[in-house]
Design a protein around this ligand. Structure first.
Ligand SMILES: Nc1ncnc2c1ncn2[C@@H]1O[C@H](COP(=O)(O)OP(=O)(O)O)[C@@H](O)[C@H]1O
Ligand SMILES: [Mg+2]
Length: 338
């Protein structure tokens, strides 16, 4: 593990580098491809936003990185490079050392990560003791400090409570404390504020960004809220129907989206210049996995759809930006004032 830590601080290269990741899952109807040639990277300390409507494969990408999918009913292909290792093929014992220590994750629903039968203090202690040599007392002290660091007013009291005794916002704070207590290099935050009310959402986001900044943790921030990405991320990746369709620095993408799908998502950010009640949304819905359109997967919903869209669309890389649309250079997509 020492070797892993050193190889990650050695270069300024990507912390996480996903290359042509594919994922197939098996359900009652057999195997189906869920992710198609996903390539994306996260640099050290970077905040990367991953956006797309529900069902585009954002959570499956996150679960693939941490190898949290059932091994018998899932098949991964391609590479997920982290600390010089390919997480697609490294042994489970190695994944156990990485999970929670070097890469951690927070979910939309904190109850899915917290165990109802143990106190929250005990759960944070166990996370620490899994990765560090600490006695019970030291671990307990660090758990209380972790609860304090996420703005919990009486951390010693809260440490002795069970998840059920806490409000949704408090549980989310506890989960953040648990995810960051080992100071991981990468935090995957999958819709961390979606289940919370709007005022608490902003507090939790501020907390997360502040803590990550302090510990030097990079964040892969998954959300369907483009407004949050615009405020808090350095780069962004748009996913559609199991593929990456666009990526680039947030400012550039917002000022001039190249993929019609990103442009459509941007139109649905509330904007004070637009008359109330006219928030446009993209007509239609994400195609089902077993009925993917030929050629461009967004084609059937795209207002710019034309002849070249029936052909397969490869991702085009122009330096810092990528786009998967054969027509991107001829389109005049609407911009959003950032
Ligand atoms: N066990 C499963 N078997 C087959 N398909 C699944 C399974 N779980 C999720 N999916 C499908 O995988 C796709 C991607 O889902 P997901 O990653 O959860 O989307 P997102 O997080 O972007 O909303 C969806 O079409 C979903 O229906
Ligand atoms: Mg999801």
């Amino acid at each position: 593990m020492q070797q892993l830590a050193e190889s990650m601080t050695a270069g300024q290269d990507a912390l996480l580098d996903i290359q042509n990741l594919t994922l197939s899952l098996r359900d009652q109807q057999g195997w189906v491809e869920v992710l198609n040639n996903i390539s994306l990277s996260v640099k050290p300390k970077e905040i990367l936003g991953v956006v797309g409507e529900s069902g585009c494969g954002k959570s499956m990408t996150a679960l693939s990185i941490l190898r949290l999918l059932p091994p018998r009913d899932s098949r991964l292909g391609g590479k997920i490079m982290f600390g010089g290792q390919n997480l697609v093929s490294c042994p489970e014992s190695q994944m156990n050392r990485i999970r929670g220590r070097h890469i951690s994750m927070i979910f939309q629903e904190p109850m899915s990560a917290l165990d109802p039968v143990f106190t929250v203090g005990y759960q944070i202690e166990e996370t620490l003791r899994r990765h560090f040599k600490l006695d019970r007392r030291e671990a307990a002290e660090r758990a209380v400090a972790a609860l304090d660091s996420v703005g919990i007013a009486s951390p010693r009291h809260v440490a002795a409570l069970y998840p059920m005794n806490l409000s949704g916002g408090m549980r989310q704070r506890v989960m953040i404390a648990m995810a960051l207590v080992c100071e991981p290099r990468l935090l995957i935050a999958d819709e961390p504020t979606t289940a919370l009310d709007v005022t608490i959402q902003a507090q939790i986001m501020d907390l997360l960004l502040g803590l990550a900044d302090r510990t030097g943790t990079a964040i892969m921030f998954i959300t369907h809220n483009l407004g949050l990405v615009a405020q808090s991320c350095h780069r962004m990746v748009t996913m559609y129907a199991g593929q990456v369709v666009e990526s680039g620095p947030v400012k550039d993408v917002i000022a001039g989206p190249r993929h019609p799908y990103t442009a459509g998502l941007l139109q649905s950010i509330p904007d004070s210049n637009r008359p109330r009640g006219t928030l446009p949304s993209i007509a239609g819905r994400v195609p089902s996995l077993r009925h993917m359109p030929k050629g461009c997967r967004f084609g059937p919903r795209c207002t710019f759809s034309a002849q070249p869209c029936g052909l397969s669309q490869s991702i085009e890389n122009t330096g810092r930006r990528e786009v998967r649309c054969n027509r991107w250079e001829e389109l005049e997509l609407e911009r959003v004032e950032a």
